[in-house]
Design a protein around this ligand. Structure first.
Ligand SMILES: [Fe+2]
Ligand SMILES: [Fe+2]
Length: 281
């Protein structure tokens, strides 16, 4: 990473530093949701509800939409290649996240709630059921998608990937760098902390059901490479005109994810406000 910055002009280096430090000092980047998860040790229904919101958010971050093509159309071929590499490496992560979530729900329940961890649709339907039971009374909860308003807003930031305009494409680079830095340094380590290190679920990184986490975590994990790619893609497009747009894209991502973490943390992990509704399923 440092060699990329070393090659840049001092002005570009300073703009990159501003962006990286904006992301690193944002509250979202240090959110206590995963510590609270590890401390509270939520029950199986709560775990399912958390995973329902989280997996829907994560699913929205994987597709590239028109973003890689829009970069090429603007003459940013190398940036397009770097982004395409990230998108391609996301292949198969949806089913693996479902497997891990179902496995953790089973461990939290101390019985088999999700009987076939390879059946993504069945696991996700269970997670949805948990979410409906705990969250359906919060304002704006979607009866159709089972999503909180905050989840929908965090997802909507990625709709920008279908806007091919120059400004949107540069903003999308900012969203990408914030996403990859948060994934690599907060989200994935946070999941490891609450799912594995907490000892709550007797889960370990070498269990096949936990492959999602192994694949994403640490020095050789997918997120490390994604972060590197995203920084490399940004550094060569930074100038006085693009830097504010990159910052805007990063801010949209961080602010919306911060609100999502606040919601899940306050309703599901701290206040105990959510009480299960009778299950009519
Ligand atoms: Fe992934
Ligand atoms: Fe990533």
């Amino acid at each position: 990473m440092s060699e990329i910055v070393d090659d840049a002009s001092p002005r570009t280096g300073a703009m990159l530093d501003d962006i990286l430090s904006f992301i690193r000092t944002h509250r979202c980047y240090h959110h206590h949701i995963f510590e609270d998860w590890a401390t509270v040790g939520p029950d199986a229904v709560t775990v399912g509800a958390l995973f329902h919101q989280i997996q829907n958010f994560c699913a929205a971050t994987r597709p590239g939409g028109r973003f890689p093509d829009s970069l090429s159309a603007l003459g940013f071929d190398e940036q397009s290649r770097l982004l395409r590499e990230i998108v391609e490496s996301e292949d198969g992560h949806g089913p693996e996240l479902a497997t891990m979530a179902g496995h953790i729900v089973n461990r939290a329940a101390d019985e088999i709630v999700c009987s076939d961890l390879d059946d993504r649709a069945a696991v996700e339907a269970k997670l949805r059921e948990c979410s409906d039971r705990l969250l359906s009374s919060i304002p704006g909860y979607g009866a159709d998608d089972g999503l909180a308003v905050q989840t929908r807003r965090a997802i909507a930031v990625f709709d920008g990937r279908n806007d091919s305009s120059r400004d949107a494409t540069i903003r999308n680079l900012g969203t990408a760098i914030a996403l990859e830095m948060v994934s690599n340094n907060h989200l994935i380590p946070g999941e490891k902390q609450c799912l594995v290190d907490s000892g709550l679920y007797g889960a370990s990184m070498d269990e096949p059901e936990m492959h999602y986490l192994l694949e994403h975590y640490g020095e050789i994990g997918a997120e490390q490479q994604h972060e590197k790619n995203a920084i490399e893609a940004i550094v060569s497009v930074l100038d006085e005109e693009t830097a504010p747009l990159v910052m805007e894209g990063a801010r949209d991502f961080l602010d919306s994810l911060e609100r999502l973490w606040d919601l899940l943390d306050s309703v599901l992990l701290q206040s105990g406000l959510a009480t299960p509704q009778p299950n009519h399923a």
